[in-house]
Design a protein around this ligand. Structure first.
Ligand SMILES: [Zn+2]
Ligand SMILES: [Zn+2]
Length: 258
């Protein structure tokens, strides 16, 4: 039993064949998945996909790469979406200084709004951070993100950043990147993160793990991520599956296993 803690099932690559995606999950022991919101406009589609199966849930939020000057998500927008029973998390939110150039103040404001929403509705955060670890951790502390808890998704930062996030009560989620041969430092982080703070994900349709690297990704492939972590830690796949699944349902407590 494995859970894909972060995927984008509303993206056309996956949505076009949702029954196939679900059946390949079943074939690989991937019992549940959390599909992640990235814009206000596509949230209804995310919610609809989550409604297709009792084994799916969704988040509510706007991705830090989605620049919008005309219609920024307000605290009220986020809380309205978060009131839905299928919504078990707020995000994905955070900071991404890699993809966005120029002034990034709007990203930090948006991130703060998401943290406030998560605290208010008592649902955990899904945090995306890229080239912005220092500001991400600082804002988490300033806004009291520890009260909501959550996960640093698709983690690619250093052990020091993982430690700081864990100290704030957060979980660390590994994606297919940990299977890449050149991800030497990340493999070391995956050896060190406490097993009770670890999640696994695909971030599909992106970032397919080895041996599917370069091809479209799907939730069934989270099995390869878990296998690599088991190999790195010298433990059984079953143990990685059991611990990460327990962590998922403890963290996202509004998700009821079916
Ligand atoms: Zn992300
Ligand atoms: Zn994502």
């Amino acid at each position: 039993m494995l859970v894909d803690s972060h995927c984008h099932l509303d993206f056309p690559e996956l949505r076009a064949d949702l029954p196939g995606v679900l059946s390949r999950m079943g074939d690989n022991g991937v019992t549940h998945a959390l599909t992640i919101s990235t814009t206000l406009e596509t949230w209804p589609a995310v919610r609809e996909v989550a409604g297709a199966s009792a084994n799916l849930w969704c988040s509510a939020g706007v991705h830090p790469d989605e620049r919008r000057d005309d219609r920024e998500a307000t605290l009220e927008d986020l809380l309205a979406m978060a009131g839905d029973d299928k919504v078990v998390a707020i995000g994905e939110t955070g900071l991404d200084y890699f993809r966005v150039e120029g002034d990034t103040g709007w990203q930090r404001e948006r991130f703060r709004t998401h943290i406030r929403a998560a605290r208010k509705c008592a649902k955990p955060l899904v945090i995306h951070t890229r080239n912005a670890a220092e500001d991400t951790i600082r804002i988490m502390r300033e806004e009291g993100a520890a009260e909501a808890g959550g996960v640093m998704h698709c983690f690619t930062e250093t052990w020091e950043v993982a430690e700081a996030a864990i100290a704030e009560g957060f979980h660390i989620s590994f994606s297919g990147i940990v299977t890449f041969k050149n991800a030497v430092a990340l493999k070391e982080v995956a050896r060190r993160v406490p097993l009770d703070r670890m999640l696994v994900e695909t971030d599909s349709p992106y970032l397919a793990p080895v041996p599917h690297r370069g091809k479209p990704n799907q939730p069934a492939f989270v099995r390869h991520v878990a296998e690599e972590i088991a190999r790195l830690r010298g433990i059984d796949l079953e143990e990685v599956a059991r611990r990460t699944t327990e962590n998922f349902f403890r963290l996202f407590r509004h998700a009821r296993p079916a």
